[in-house]
Design a protein around this ligand. Structure first.
Ligand SMILES: Cc1cc2nc3c(=O)[nH]c(=O)nc-3n(C[C@H](O)[C@H](O)[C@H](O)COP(=O)(O)O)c2cc1C
Length: 226
């Protein structure tokens, strides 16, 4: 197995004045205002917004014209990295991600996972020497500032074993992603079974909202330490 061994880029997060805690809210709720996932995430995001010392930045992926990395962009990215051009416009979203204190991701459960739009975004967040680097053993070491990621989702059915349940590849993916990028803690708020005949989606959402409220209270009490 071959590994590229790079020295870490620390300049993004070093020397930053400790003023505001930056919360990055990544909204991948494709159905917009119809989205129940967005409603659930709002419990957290609205609860954090407007608090002294906290600044919530929202990125709505549906408005970002995101495309999968193509061959030309891979080449450009490699060149920019090798020349240390991390301030380039190309890395604008990556810099924003790398310098957030807490990252909240809201995305509905689609096809065992999250919508491909989020995958395309996350692909652009994995930049060697910027959000992670390799150590001398060839292992990845995370360089993101965030100490926490919170993933909010709703799903029509249930996770479990097919055919009655769906594998939860979203959580598996995001946990691995956090580990690689050095984000120590991962939490999820998940509402399940919303589209199952006979279920009451509003009641299910209310239960999940209470879970979000508890997480919000915990975040607010600990936010000075993140
Ligand atoms: C394209 C698509 C794929 C979906 N795939 C799944 C799935 O694999 N498992 C599941 O339980 N529900 C699935 N659903 C149902 C959604 O998870 C569910 O309706 C969810 O609450 C939608 O969130 P939203 O209201 O935020 O859009 C899918 C829905 C769509 C539109």
């Amino acid at each position: 197995m071959q590994f590229a061994f790079h020295r870490p880029l620390r300049s993004i997060n070093e020397g930053r004045r400790k003023v505001m805690k930056r919360i990055l809210y990544v909204d991948c709720c494709i159905r917009g205002d119809e989205s129940r996932t967005r409603r659930l995430a709002a419990r957290l995001v609205d609860g954090l917004g407007g608090r002294p010392g906290l600044n919530v930045e929202t990125v709505r992926l549906m408005e970002c014209n995101l495309t999968p990395l193509n061959a030309g962009e891979v080449e450009l990215r490699n060149r920019l990295v090798s020349e240390g051009c991390f301030e380039d416009l190309f890395f604008g979203a990556t810099r924003q991600f790398a310098s957030a204190d807490i990252i909240i991701i809201a995305a509905p459960f689609w096809d065992f996972s999250f919508p491909s739009l989020l995958r395309v975004y996350l692909e652009r967040m994995c930049v060697s020497q910027m959000t992670f680097h390799y150590n001398e053993k060839g292992e990845t070491v995370g360089d993101c500032r965030a100490s926490r990621m919170i993933y909010v989702t709703t799903r029509g059915g249930y996770t479990g074993v097919m055919p009655s349940g769906y594998p939860n590849l979203a959580v598996e993916y995001l946990k691995a992603f956090c580990q690689m990028l050095g984000i120590a803690r991962f939490d999820s708020v998940e509402a399940e079974g919303l589209d199952i005949y006979g279920n009451d989606p509003e009641e299910i959402l209310k239960t999940a909202q209470r879970q979000a409220d508890r997480l919000l209270a915990e975040l607010l009490s600990g936010v000075k330490d993140v």
